[in-house]
Design a binder for this molecule. Structure first.
Ligand SMILES: [Zn+2]
Length: 182
């Protein structure tokens, strides 16, 4: 059993419970457990959350929220291909227009990250070709997996607003704020 297997098993046994680095280091038997956790998240789609994702967690604490796996993004896409796709798509999500570092509209504690997404999933015969790859942000990717789905109409409106100039966004924001002030 590899360190990664042991960490995976430990998380799955302690689903919904806060786990700290001391426990993980003990289970894994290695110091480089952080990389293994990243692999479980990025390569296996495990929903292991940290203080970056949830304000109720402290640094060094982890929590597996659910056994449901998120769709895995960009496996086997080389750094060069990834950069080509990012450049082609203007470093913006092709579903909503968000850029890296924008605030996640569904989770204010989190910033948007950009992923490379397969238009036709690998599991359905899609290929790692430029034609089959696009930039999708972490919020849209999560919505795709139906974990925290925002309503369809809210999403459609947000997509349009995000593509507008900042000054127009601000006008919309101010108008909405006024309409809620009572
Ligand atoms: Zn998006």
């Amino acid at each position: 059993m590899s360190a990664r297997d042991r960490i995976r098993e430990y998380f799955e046994k302690n689903i919904g419970k806060v786990i700290n680095t001391r426990e993980i280091r003990e289970v894994a038997g290695i110091n480089d457990y952080a990389r293994r956790i990243r692999e479980l998240r990025d390569e296996e789609g495990m929903q292991i959350k940290t203080h970056i994702d949830r304000s109720d967690l402290k640094p060094g604490e982890y929590l597996l929220e659910s056994l449901v796996r998120l769709p895995v993004i960009a496996r086997n896409v080389s750094p060069q291909l990834r950069m080509d796709i990012l450049e082609r798509n203007g470093f913006t999500c092709q579903l909503c227009g968000a850029g890296a570092g924008d605030r996640d509209p569904w989770n204010p504690n989190r910033k948007i990250r950009l992923h490379i997404d397969h238009i036709i999933p690998l599991s359905q015969g899609g290929l790692n070709t430029k034609e089959n790859l696009r930039v999708v942000c972490s919020a849209c990717n999560q919505a795709k997996s139906n974990i925290q789905p925002p309503s369809e109409s809210a999403r459609n409106i947000l997509i349009r607003i995000r593509r507008m100039p900042r000054s127009v966004k601000k006008e919309i924001y101010e108008a909405l704020k006024r309409s809620f002030s009572d």
